[in-house]
Design a protein. Structure first.
Ligand SMILES: [Zn+2]
Ligand SMILES: [Zn+2]
Ligand SMILES: [Zn+2]
Length: 401
């Protein structure tokens, strides 16, 4: 498995998002607090301003080994609770070679992180594409898209660039984006201000040879057809058995789409259109005021409700708001009186529920997030960003005057 060996050489921290790094920290606090003679470890934390001076001094005064373990544990809890935004820096600092030679525990933790990633890669069917590593934001003229490494073969082979409304090859992308008749894909498609060829030179993208006979360079008709759609679910971002829309590049798990699809659709070749495409085709003309709409049962406005929820699931890229936070977030239920999450709202659509209640419940997700994360700006901002996105969509969907 070429991809896997490549990954082993990489810094495992680069592959994880903030939440995964925090979870890893949370799981391993106890183990870290049992380190023998943690002086160097503490020095390193202090030198990188990960702990305040007074806490550092307090620790260095301790002479009893048991007390040291207890206090070290408390110190790690303090970082976790009060400074969650520093956890990436924490791992970067303690996974330094000179620190790890002194503390086998840390070496073991770094190895387990690498191993976890290797294991994850084997379960390819349930793996979210690794944003940042395998995807590159590219532009050409006014056209923008994401180039997916796994689909890239050459200028003409592999529909590797996903724009807002379709997948295309680099050559098609440059033809559509550039106004120049002699535009070249390697030169005129830009990634972070540099020509695309720089990704190839840095070996971040592999250009297939002309003799290459891989499925990207020689796709069969079915593979060519499948290249028109996403390889991952638009809602949850995972791979698996997907239903592909025949009018747009989106793909969905049958259970992730709203409305949920009958399992038989997976073996069915007849044309299918997703909720987004149906929504876009239907010009919605409000026959009532916004206030009247709020009083209506959701069943009268199901298309709008589905559209709104699917858009939210997709915009919530880290899947922070989809599941019950009481199960996933420590201390949540003790602080938040009325928890709310997207899956719960989806469930409520099938019950006695008005549009007004739906919109109130969505807002509740955001106000809970704001309240719970008062001291965690990174998470608070995720809620604020999603709320902004939601309010634009909601306005569009219900044509608020
Ligand atoms: Zn090839
Ligand atoms: Zn899905
Ligand atoms: Zn569609």
């Amino acid at each position: 498995m070429e991809l896997q060996t490549e990954l082993f050489k990489m810094n495992p921290l680069e592959e994880l998002d903030e939440r995964q790094l925090r979870e890893f920290f949370g799981r391993n606090k106890t183990e870290m607090s049992c380190m023998d003679n943690p002086q160097t470890f503490l020095n390193q934390l202090r030198d990188n301003k990960l702990i305040p001076e007074e806490k550092y001094k307090e620790m260095t005064r301790i002479t009893s080994i048991d007390k040291m373990k207890k206090n070290l544990y408390n110190l790690l809890c303090w970082i976790e609770e009060k400074q969650p935004q520093t956890i990436r820096l924490f791992w970067t600092c303690v996974f330094k070679e000179f620190i790890m030679t002194q503390y086998p525990t840390l070496k073991r933790l770094q190895d387990s992180l690498r191993k976890d990633q290797g294991d994850n890669l084997e379960e390819v069917t349930d793996e979210r594409p690794r944003v940042g590593q395998n995807e590159f934001r590219v532009i050409c003229g006014a056209l923008s898209g994401k180039l997916h490494k796994s689909r890239f073969a050459s200028g003409r082979c592999g529909n590797s660039i996903r724009t807002e409304d379709r997948w295309m090859s680099p050559v098609e992308f440059v033809e559509q984006g550039s106004a120049m008749p002699n535009a070249l894909w390697k030169r005129d498609i830009q990634w972070e201000g540099q020509p695309l060829c720089s990704l190839i030179e840095r070996k971040m993208l592999r250009l297939h040879s002309e003799q290459c006979d891989c499925p990207l360079c020689h796709p069969d008709p079915q593979a060519l057809e499948e290249q028109k759609n996403d390889d991952y679910c638009f809602v949850c971002g995972r791979l698996g058995d997907l239903v592909m829309c025949d009018h747009c590049p989106r793909s969905f798990h049958q259970k992730c789409h709203l409305p949920q699809l009958d399992p038989s659709i997976l073996g069915d070749d007849s044309a299918w259109m997703c909720t987004f495409c149906i929504w876009n085709m239907n010009e919605y003309l409000p026959r009532m005021t916004y206030e009247e709409t709020l009083m209506h049962p959701v069943s009268n406005h199901m298309l709008q409700c589905h559209y709104l929820l699917l858009s939210l699931y997709n915009a919530d890229k880290d899947h922070i708001f989809a599941k019950d936070p009481c199960i996933h977030v420590r201390g949540y239920s003790s602080q938040i009186v009325t928890p709310m999450w997207l899956d719960k709202i989806t469930e409520l659509l099938g019950q006695q529920y008005t549009v007004g209640q739906l919109l109130t419940d969505i807002q509740l997700i955001f106000s809970n997030c704001d309240q719970f994360n008062q001291n965690k700006p990174e998470f608070r901002d995720m809620g604020i960003k999603l709320k902004e996105f939601y309010e634009q969509e909601e306005e569009k969907v219900f044509r608020r005057q």
